[in-house]
Design a protein around this ligand. Structure first.
Ligand code: ADP
Ligand code: ADP
Ligand code: ZN
Length: 215
């Protein structure tokens, strides 16, 4: 299964990708996670990427495309993968197409999660990530343990620097301008499936799995 999860910041891409990974035993490829790891490691690429991420803008296409190209060549991607947060621009989508041709692979489906702007802001402001195991949660919708720690490992929960309201607004704008056009791009290729992302996490997961059965 080779899938793209498309949707604005906070739509639930990471949450749903993690569940799909468990269900289909294929890797989740999150460019956001890979970029944050590079920031943490303070590699030259991470230092460059951080400027864009902190402002809520996009990291240059060439950087992100390079990361994904390398990742898709790894052995664990042969049986399928879930792209989470990539592509985000038309040039990225065109490059992905070429990478997949080179690897003799084809996409099965592009799932676009539909969520209202108000709900997105609420999801992002309440999003927390475990500093130890990296799993995500939400203060209200997917709550931590009673003592406020990660319910999987007891680790400390942290808020992403870019999940503050001003940056969130900019990320929404960037999504509308640069990423939303990908819906038409994939619709024209007959790959787009829109899924209502407003329901509970498990209901959305069921809808995605139902959509994937048809492809
Ligand atoms: P979100 O939860 O908003 O979807 P991500 O974790 O996917 O966020 O991405 C966080 C940030 O990393 C983005 O705001 C952007 O700066 C950068 N980023 C992630 N993926 C890409 C990409 N495909 N192209 C450019 N920048 C990216
Ligand atoms: P994205 O990767 O698209 O930015 P996430 O998967 O990180 O989005 O979800 C953003 C926040 O919203 C997280 O805190 C997550 O726990 C929460 N969340 C995800 N899906 C739902 C849902 N269906 N209903 C309520 N909250 C959700
Ligand atoms: Zn944890």
């Amino acid at each position: 299964m080779k899938i793209i999860l498309l949707g604005p910041p906070g739509a639930g891409k990471g949450t749903q990708a993690a569940l799909l990974m468990g269900k289909y035993s294929i890797p989740q490829i999150s460019t956001g996670d890979m970029l944050r790891a590079a920031v943490q490691a303070q590699s030259p690429m991470g230092i460059e990427a951080k400027k864009h991420m902190d402002a809520g803008g996009l990291v240059p296409d060439s950087v992100v495309i390079g990361i994904v190209r390398e990742r898709l060549q790894e052995d664990d991607c042969r049986g399928g993968f879930i792209l989470d947060g990539f592509p985000r621009t038309l040039p990225q989508a065109d490059s992905l197409k070429q990478v997949l041709v080179d690897l003799d692979q084809e996409l099965d489906s592009v799932i676009s999660l539909q969520v209202d702007t108000d709900a997105l802001v609420e999801r992002l402001t309440g999003r927390r990530t475990c500093a130890d195991c990296g799993k995500g949660c939400h203060l209200r919708f997917d709550p931590p343990a009673q003592d406020g720690s990660c319910r999987y490992c007891g680790g400390e929960l942290v808020q992403r620097d870019d999940d503050r309201e001003v940056t969130i607004r900019n990320r929404m704008k960037v999504y509308q301008e640069q990423t939303a056009p990908l819906e038409d791009y994939y619709r024209e290729q007959g790959l787009l499936v829109t899924v209502d992302g407003m329901s509970d996490i498990s209901v959305v997961q069921q809808a995605i799995q139902a959509a994937l059965q048809d492809c």
